[in-house]
Design a protein around this ligand. Structure first.
Ligand SMILES: [Zn+2]
Length: 71
């Protein structure tokens, strides 16, 4: 299971190349600046995402807890 902290990556919208994901948004942006310097590509997106662990043991039974009754 990977670290569940938010991760960031930069992606070039011109060629589709992307950075490795990183814990620091600044690192993703730095990759974009380096890529821009090397390629003169000028359009980027910086994305954040998060790994999470879906564990059914943590889910309460939805039919027993506040769901509308089927009447
Ligand atoms: Zn590019």
């Amino acid at each position: 299971m990977p670290d569940t902290a938010v991760r960031y990556f930069g992606r070039c919208l011109t060629c589709g190349e992307r950075s490795a994901d990183t814990a620091d948004a600044d690192d993703g942006q730095t990759w974009c600046l380096r890529h821009a310097g090397a390629t003169h590509h000028s359009a980027y997106e910086l994305s954040a995402f998060q790994y999470f662990n879906a564990n059914m043991a943590n889910v309460t039974n939805p039919t027993a807890n506040g769901a509308p009754s089927a009447t």
